[in-house]
Write a protein that binds this ligand. Structure first.
Ligand SMILES: [Fe+2]
Ligand SMILES: [Fe+2]
Length: 451
């Protein structure tokens, strides 16, 4: 069985990444570069990979390995097991790698913040040297799709915007510098177009523009909740598009933080729950960005009500709200509250897997952020767990759910209830649902809310 890859002339690849989302992104890239040609073995740790390949015949031709920790012992061990293989090591610490080079072998180094470009470089170089087959480089790789909602936040345009007419064929519909007005998009909406494209190489300029605008708003004296809502929705939509295709780049991380800071500035340090709920009636934008904004605001208002009112807590809750559903493509997925209703809705197994794992994927994103508290990834990874212990992905017992996660989950429940019935009052909601929250941190928070 180990031989099958070579016999069929397939490109056999080994990927070792502790970061699951990076691993999936690279797997997707390789499969698009070598359609039906590559067999990929993936591992989440070097020791796991070493254990698997030790003693077996090496048929790999390409290995991409994320450096773990401060030392190179394991890295050295795995390189010793992969003679003749094209090796790429993902690390910021190039000096660490230098001693691993020999007369005949130098590992390629890939920058963790832009693994895709590094991969592309290695593939081109190895193909030119005849060490790997030539990758299929399609024109569509150069474009990324952005939705209508994202485009609304990019005016005046920092790059040309294209419509895809058919596969690999794009036509420029808005020139760089254009100011977009609602009417400009109408004919596209009427023709059922849901997305446009921009060149991936030009998206950075648009991100910088959004970042500058968010900082300006955060420093402005008068910004309304409605304006904050609108900015949040367009920024969230843009990042969801970009991150899904290019990963959570450092620019995207800066924007997510700026957007959260802007929203918190407008929210103020003493958010009143009843006023926030009143604001929810005036919903802006489609479900995923809109409810992310609402959940963040409601969570901060609930936190304030129960005396957890530090700015650090607000930041954690708000950033968690921004990120929690960012990996989901469809609002149907984001609206599901339990896996059994996903089965009942007739979703495919693959879709159910995506839903089940989105808290893990979003928490992986948050771990990539520099300088943010670890509570954020805990809130995100637990946001679909339930006090009753039948949530997902881990079906954690309610008493083990962290305090901030419990508060976040209760905020989501309240937002769901308000979206279903705008007349919902929070005191009644929590009284009516008290039995549900009679466990662990939920019980404590409930007591404080109703005090
Ligand atoms: Fe959500
Ligand atoms: Fe979710």
């Amino acid at each position: 069985m180990e031989d099958s890859g070579t016999e069929r002339g397939l490109l056999r690849v080994i990927l070792v990444f502790k970061n699951h989302s990076a691993l999936e992104r690279i797997r997707g890239k390789l499969e698009s570069y070598f359609p039906n040609q590559c067999t990929i073995d993936s591992f989440y740790s070097l020791s796991q990979a070493i254990e698997k390949i030790e003693g077996s015949v090496n048929h790999y031709r390409l290995a991409l390995i994320e450096q773990e920790g401060q030392g190179v012992v394991l890295l050295k061990a795995i390189l010793g097991l992969l003679p003749g293989v094209v090796i790429g090591v993902v690390t910021e610490n190039t000096e660490l790698i230098a001693p691993l080079s020999t007369k005949d072998f130098t590992p390629e180094v890939l920058d963790p913040s832009d693994i895709e470009s590094g991969l592309y470089r290695i593939l081109k170089k190895s193909a030119a040297l005849g060490r790997l087959p030539s990758p299929e480089l399609r024109e569509q790789e150069e474009f990324i799709a952005i939705g209508m909602e994202s485009l609304s936040g990019l005016t005046p345009l920092k790059s040309d915007v294209y419509a895809r007419i058919r596969k690999d064929h794009y036509v420029c519909v808005f020139k760089k510098g254009s100011i977009l007005e609602t009417g400009d998009l109408k004919k596209f909406i009427d023709s059922n177009r849901t997305e446009f494209h921009v060149k991936a190489s030009e998206v950075k300029d648009s991100l910088t523009q959004v970042s500058a605008r968010l900082d300006e708003l955060a420093n402005a004296s008068e910004v309304s909740q409605a304006q904050a809502n609108q900015e949040f929705v367009s920024t969230h939509s843009l990042l969801r598009d970009v991150v899904g295709q290019l990963g959570f780049t450092p620019e995207a991380q800066v924007i997510a933080k700026s957007c959260v800071n802007m929203a918190l500035k407008v929210l103020g340090s003493k958010p009143k729950l009843s006023e926030i709920l009143e604001d929810l009636k005036r919903k802006e934008g489609s479900y995923i960005p809109a409810h992310s904004f609402m959940v963040g605001n409601v969570a901060c208002a609930l936190a304030y009500r129960i005396g957890w009112s530090s700015s650090a807590t607000f930041f954690k809750l708000s950033l968690a709200a921004f990120l929690h559903d960012i990996s989901l493509k469809s609002e149907i997925y984001a609206k599901l509250r339990d896996i059994s209703s996903a089965h009942e809705a007739g979703l495919e197994n693959e879709e159910i897997k995506l839903i089940k794992l989105h808290p893990v994927q979003a928490s992986e994103y948050s771990k990539q952020f520099a300088e943010i508290p670890s509570d954020v990834d805990i809130i995100i990874s637990q946001h679909h767990e339930r006090p009753s212990g039948d949530g997902f992905p881990r079906a954690m017992p309610g008493k083990l759910i962290s305090p901030l996660s419990a508060l976040f989950i209760m905020s989501q429940d309240l937002v769901d209830a308000v979206l279903e019935n705008p007349e919902t009052r929070f005191e009644e909601f929590f009284k009516d649902n008290a039995a549900k929250y009679e466990v662990g941190q939920f019980r404590k928070i409930l007591g404080l809310i109703l005090k």
